[in-house]
Design a protein around this ligand. Sequence first.
Ligand code: SF4
Ligand code: SF4
Length: 351
Amino acid sequence: MATKSLKARQKALSHSETQLEILNGGLFQAGELPYFKDKISEIGQYPLKSRKLEILQINVGYMCNQVCEHCHVDAGPDRKEIMTKETMQQCLDVIKTTGAHTLDLTGGAPEMNPNFRWFVEEAAKIGIEDFIVRSNLTIIRANKKYRDLPEFFKKHNVHVVSSMPHYTRGKTDKQRGNGVFDKSILALQDLNAVGYGLENSPLRLDLVYNPSGAFLPGDQAALEADFKKALKEDFGISFHNLFSITNLPISRFLDYLIASENYEDYMYALVEAYNPAAVENVMCTNTLSVGWDGWLYDCDFNQMLGMKVKSKAKHIKDYNEAQLNNREIVISQHCYGCTAGAGSSCQGTVT
Ligand code: SF4
Ligand code: SF4
C-alpha cells in the first residue's frame, strides 16, 4: 500500500484535468454509456439546481496521518494545503449569518490544522444546530497531543462522524493501512468512555462505511445492524448510526480502479444502478463546500476535481446566499456515484 499521496508521487492522476479527461472520455465519449447530463435530462432535472443552503461543509486542509487507498481527497502526511486563520475567520463570518442548520468540518484529518481547536471553539459559540467534525479516529491515538480530543469534542457538543470501513481488522487495514483497525477500536472506546455513541446519549457518534473494493455498498440498515452487533460483541463499542457511502471514481479510488482494471466495469455498475429517485436529493442541492483556500464548490468531490461553483460568489469572502441559492450545479460522470442504488451523500443514502 502506498505511503504517499498521488501528488507526492507525481502521478498524472493527481491533476484534476487528467481525472476529468478520463471521466468525460472513454466509454462516455464513445457513446457506450450516457453522460450524466443526458441521463438526468430524461427526468427533467438538467440543469441540476441547488435549493436553500442547509449544510456548510468546510475542508480545513488535506493533511492527514493516514494514506487510505480509496481517499477522494488524495490526503496524506505530505499534503501541505491547510486553511489559514484568516480564511477560517471568513468562514465564521458566514456561519454567523447563514441559515444553514449544519456545519460539517472535514479534511484530511481536520484536527491536524494548527488552528483547528480555535476554529471549533469559535464556531461552537455561534450555536449552529448540528456541528459535525469528520474524525478518522486514529488521530486520537496518533500522538499524545490529540488524546484529549474526545473531551474537547464533548465540551463543544460536536457531533463526531468517523470512517470505519469494516468491523473486521483485515478489511479495514487493507483499505486504510496496517494498524488502523486496532487504533480505531481504541479511539471508539475513548469516545464511548466520555459518553459518545451511547444509547440515549446526546453526544452523537456516527460511523461511515464505504466498500473496500470496486463494488457498490449493500443495504445501509443491514450494514448498520451487522456493525452494531459485531462492534458490541467483540469490543463493547456503541455508536448511533452508520452512513453507507459509495466510492466515487475520482482521485485515489480512480487510480485504484484503473490499476486493478476495474474502471470500466465500475462505471457500468454505477450507470446500471442509476436511480432517478435519488437525483433530487443529491447533497449538492442543499450543501456548499468550502475549500482550504476559501474557494466554493458544490460538494467535496467537485472540490477535488477543481470544479468551482457556477455563481458570481465563488469565494467565501464574497459569500452571498441569494446568489448561491438556485445556482446550476457543475456535474460530470463521477456524479453517477451519488445516484446509484439508494443514492449516496456524506450523510449516507438519500432515498
Ligand atoms: S480517507 Fe480520510 S483518513 Fe483516509 S487518507 Fe483520506 S482523509 Fe485521511
Ligand atoms: S458528485 Fe457532487 S455535484 Fe455530483 S451529484 Fe454528487 S454531490 Fe452533486
